[in-house]
Each structure stands twice: as C-alpha cells, then as structure tokens.
Design a protein around this ligand. Sequence first.
Ligand SMILES: [Zn+2]
Length: 239
Amino acid sequence: MSHPLEPIIALQKKDRSLIKIMREIRDIPRRQSDIESQLDGSKKKLEMAMESKKHTEALLKDVELEIEACKEKVNKYKTQQMEAKTNDQYRAFVKEIGLVEAEIKALEEKEIRLMEDLEQGINIIASCEERLNSEKVEIADELEELNERCEELKEQAKRLKADRMRAASSCDRNLLQKYTRILNNKSDYAVVIVEPGGHCGGCHMKLPPQVINDARNPTKIVACNFCGRIVYNPIYNEV
Ligand SMILES: [Zn+2]
C-alpha cells in the first residue's frame, strides 16, 4: 500500500519550490538597490569636482575685483600725479604707481593660475560625468535583467500555486491541516525523513526507537519529539 504521507510529500516538494521562488522575488528590490549603490562612488566624485569648481570660480571673481580696484587706484594716482606741485610729490606718485602696478602683475599671474585650475576642473567634471553615465548604462542592463527575472518568477509562482492547489486537493484533509500548520511554523519543512542512524531530518536529534518504527508504519503518523515535524521513514516498504 502507499503511505498516506506520499501526497503530502509531493505537495511539500511544490511548496519548497514556491517558497524559494517567493524568496527570490522578495530579494530582487534589495539586489537592485545594491546595484544602484555602485554609482555612489562616481556620484560623490562628481559632487566634489563641482564643489571644487565653484570654489575656484569664487577665488577668480575675488582676484578680478582686486585687479579692478588696483587699476582704479593707478588711474587716481596718475590724475593726482598730473596735478603734482613739486618734483618730490611727482616722484612719490611714480613710486606709488609702481607699487600698485607690481601688485596688479602678481594678481594677474594668480588669475592665470586660477583660470588654468578652472579649465582643469571643467575637464574633471566632464570625465566624472562621462564615467557616471557609462556606469548608469552598465547597471541599466543589470536592473532590467532583474526586472525580467522578477516577471518570470511571478509567472512561475502563479503556475506553481495552481499546481500545488491541485496537489493539495488529493491530500487527506486532517493531514493537510497539520502539514500547513507545521510548515507555517517552521517555514522550511513540515515532513522530514528519518535520517540514517535514526536522527530527525529536520532538527537532527536522535529519535526514540518507537518513533523510528512508527515512522515506517503507513497506518501511523508520528512527529519528532523535539521539533514537532512529521517524520517519515521511507524504508517502510521493505519491512
Ligand atoms: Zn526534529
């Protein structure tokens, strides 16, 4: 005779597949956000490059204003120089103008360096953007693959659910209830085999001889004393 647990074991096989599929579906959003986080490094670099450019632009603006102010000062001195009453006064202006012009020269050199920095900064931003965009393209494929995988899994789950419903209808009702209760509780297996050596296939504890014997008997349904899973001894046919 066949063992009454056999339809339940067949059902459990389908449920195991279903659980695996549901877990994979559940994990997909996390996998997608892990992939998206690969962009974090490049996003950060771009942000830093843009900050640095802003800083250089501000420095450049300051230097330009300083140059402007110095030039105005030179013009003012030149006007005053024209109106100098004595040679000493005139020479004093020549000296002042010389000093300010030297300052302008130093500021203009600084301006050139800052303009070079700015140009370099613009190039760095462009390469950061290029890198980020190519990374976005790379991950777009991976994200799309996961979307497709998710759709595929949902289809599989739909088919399996219908399939397991048919399988459940051929199970003994009381056994099915017991099975469902244990499965919900353990979330892996409700029916386990007696492992060689007489251990429970679920919790691996050593089962009492009576349970091992009863697990072979098709007229009895026995549970592990330790974890409560139904134990089944597949060699019952040989006895
Ligand atoms: Zn057990």
